[in-house]
Design a binder for this molecule. Structure first.
Ligand SMILES: C[S@@+](CC[C@H](N)C(=O)[O-])C[C@H]1O[C@@H](n2cnc3c(N)ncnc32)[C@H](O)[C@@H]1O
Length: 211
């Protein structure tokens, strides 16, 4: 991505957070994510989880409470300031399972600094579907590099609507399968239930890195 377009994207997201136009910031970890973890055995000590496009970090902290070493990535400095405040405010009252911790990293998700992490789980709620088309293959490479074999990738996307701007372009049906072909396989795909005021057709897609 050129520096200029990265600047434009960052300014767009910073402004959303600064002005409070963040309908996705519901304060509730989606039931789909909670249900996934209820069905999993407790994570291994030191296991990594990635929250890609973490925003204000609610779900990064949820993953840390499970005992994961959760890393939230976001381009927006404003979002990460709010995430750090949330971490500070919640840190003392949260009971993490042993090993659980949350850290936040400012990074462009089309150049994820995840080499060698071997994460057990990656989560993306509403980030990939906002990326310009030309950045999506590099994003998919990053997820593939960041996960261990057999690691899961949990993705929430709006259906594609080309009239939308940078906030939520969405993804075509079949686009995730094509984007991750040869890297990750789709385990399940279900219709999403909108948890905020912006009601729009959406999907939860669970993928797994090939062994
Ligand atoms: C719809 S918000 C969702 C935030 C969070 N996942 C949640 O559920 O609260 C999308 C997030 O993706 C981030 N984002 C968008 N493009 C990005 C990029 N190229 N690199 C890193 N983060 C990006 C935005 O700053 C924003 O925080």
């Amino acid at each position: 991505m050129s520096n200029e377009s990265q600047e434009e994207l960052r300014a767009h997201w910073d402004e959303r957070y600064r002005s409070g136009q963040t309908p996705w910031d519901t304060g509730i970890t989606p039931p789909e994510v909670q249900a996934f973890w209820e069905e999993q055995p407790p994570p291994a000590a030191g296991a990594y989880a990635l929250d890609i496009g973490c925003g204000t970090g609610l779900n990064t902290l949820f993953l840390a409470r499970l005992g994961l070493c959760a890393i939230g990535f976001d381009l927006s400095g404003q979002a990460l300031r709010l995430a750090q405040m949330r971490l500070k405010a919640r840190g003392r009252q949260d009971r993490h399972r042993p090993g659980g911790k949350a850290v936040f990293v400012q990074a462009d998700v089309s150049r994820l600094p995840v080499d060698g992490l071997g994460a057990a789980y990656a989560l993306d709620i509403g980030c990939l579907h906002s990326l310009p088309d030309q950045l999506r293959p590099a994003y998919a490479e990053g997820v593939h590099r960041g996960l261990k074999s057999g690691g899961y990738f949990h993705l929430y996307v709006f259906d594609r609507n080309d009239s939308d701007g940078p906030g939520a372009r969405g993804m075509y049906e079949g686009e995730a399968a094509a984007l991750f072909e040869g890297k990750l396989e789709i385990v399940s795909e279900v219709a999403g239930v909108s948890s905020n005021s912006v009601s729009r057709p959406s999907r939860w897609i669970l993928l797994r890195k090939n062994r």
